[in-house]
Structure formats: C-alpha cells, structure tokens
Design a protein around this ligand. Structure first.
Ligand SMILES: [Zn+2]
Length: 254
C-alpha cells in the first residue's frame, strides 16, 4: 500500500535575500514527523516538498502564469485562455479581484478552459506593509482559491503565516519576464521577453512558473515562447479540461 507522507516541515524558499518560511496551509492533513524507518520503507513515498518559487510544479513541464488584469480589454484574458486551450496548454491566472469580481464570467470561462485562477488580493497592495487585519481582508477578498501570489512578489514570514491560516500557499515564479518594464519609453518587446525566458535555466523552465502580465506584450510573445520552448524539447502543462477553484499539489500538468 502506498502511503504518502504529508510534509509539515516548513519549506525554505529564497526570494531575493529574504528567507521565508511556509508552513502547510490550514486544513492540510496533519504532518508526520520524519521517521527514518518509515522513510526508508520501499512501500512509502515521501510527498514532494512544496517550494514557493515553483508554486507546486514538480511536473517537469512549463507553467505559464498571467498576473493582474487586462486593463481596457478584460476579455484579452479569455482570448489568451482559449488560444492556450486550443494548443492543449494549461496556464494559471492571478487576477486582481477588484476588477475580476466585476467579470465573474471571465473567471468561470478561464476555469472552464482548463486554467487555474487564483488569488492576487483585492487591490494589489504590498502585503508586507499592511496590518494583520488589512492583510487578511485583502486575501479574503481576493479570488477564492488555495494559492496566493503576493503583489509585487512581496512577502515575508508574517504574510506566509496569515495566508496559511486562510488556507493559502504562496505561489511565486522561477522566471520573471520583466514584461512590465519600460525600455526606451515602451513596454519591453516580445523579442526581449522571449530572450529573458530562453536565457533561464532548464530547471527554472521545466518545473516552476513563468511570470508575465495580462496588460503587457507578454501575451503577444506567446506564440514565440511556445515555439522556442518546444524547440528546446520542453513541454507545457497539459490542459486536461475544466478545473476547480484550487490548484492541486503537485500541480496536475501531465
Ligand atoms: Zn501583480
């Protein structure tokens, strides 16, 4: 009989210079203390360790992620979702809920298309600057899910702890396209975004997440990104149809 060990041990993730602890979310099964006798049993497989930067992606496949909101063109999100679905690709969207809550059809359509839609707070504040109660309010009023992408990637042990208490794991990324930056007065180009991704390590590409935004040239770069990574022998998170509100761990990408 296969028995999975729930690893309660805090996961250590390096984010910049910050060392952040991420306990298992509320509601997770009680963890078992590491037991060498059990761990060495051939009939027991230790559960993979959740790493914030990889967002639970241990699949060896590329996970595309899309943050914020497509200002002025909200349905850009579902067009992207439809195009990815047609290619058999599952992505993850972290929407700012003060916008998304006005378009419940967009959230529903994305999930129906087979994409995860998760929490990016209500109005995108830097969570580390908020009081405990304000932080709880921002997360509680975000898109309901079990993954939180902290706005600006800003989190610390207090954010992790409060998020965990609300049932959320922190979901960061392994490749930052820097698509939000302006270069010579214009948004970073699709070619530059592709170069950022191509220059990343195999590990960052294959078991993590690519960070981009709905309102930049990142969506325009997608055909090139997909072609580039396929050419390198990589596969994308496989879209197997509609998903629920939660992102499983490990991610279902194969
Ligand atoms: Zn954001």
């Amino acid at each position: 009989m296969w028995k999975r060990l729930a690893v309660r041990t805090a996961v250590v993730a390096m984010v910049g210079a910050a060392l952040c602890l991420t306990p298992a979310p509320a509601g997770a099964s009680p963890g078992l203390a590491a037991d060498p006798a059990i761990a060495s049993s051939p009939n027991v497989t230790a559960a993979a360790t959740y790493t914030n930067s990889r967002c639970g992606n241990t699949s060896g496949r590329v996970l595309l992620t899309f943050d914020d909101w497509a200002y002025g063109d909200p349905y850009r999100a579902t067009r992207i979702g439809g195009n990815l679905r047609a290619k058999g690709i599952r992505a993850a969207f972290f929407l700012i809920n003060e916008h998304a809550s006005k378009y419940p059809d967009i959230v529903a359509t994305l999930r129906q298309q087979g994409h995860w839609v998760a929490n990016h707070t209500w109005s995108h504040p830097n969570l580390t600057t908020l009081s405990d109660s304000s932080m709880r309010w921002q997360i509680s009023n975000g898109v309901t899910s079990n993954r939180l992408r902290p706005p600006g990637g800003a989190y610390d042990s207090r954010v992790s702890s409060i998020a965990s208490g609300l049932g959320y794991r922190i979901c960061m990324w392994t490749i930052d396209t820097l698509d939000w930056q302006y270069v010579d007065g214009a948004r970073r180009s699709a070619m530059s975004i592709r170069a950022r991704i191509n220059g990343a390590s195999w590990s960052a590409k294959s078991s993590g997440g690519i960070l981009g935004h709905l309102s930049t040239k990142y969506p325009d770069a997608l055909p090139g990104i997909i072609s580039d990574l396929h050419g390198q022998g990589l596969l994308f998170c496989h879209n197997r149809g509609p998903v629920g509100v939660n992102m499983p761990f490990p991610l279902t990408c194969t």
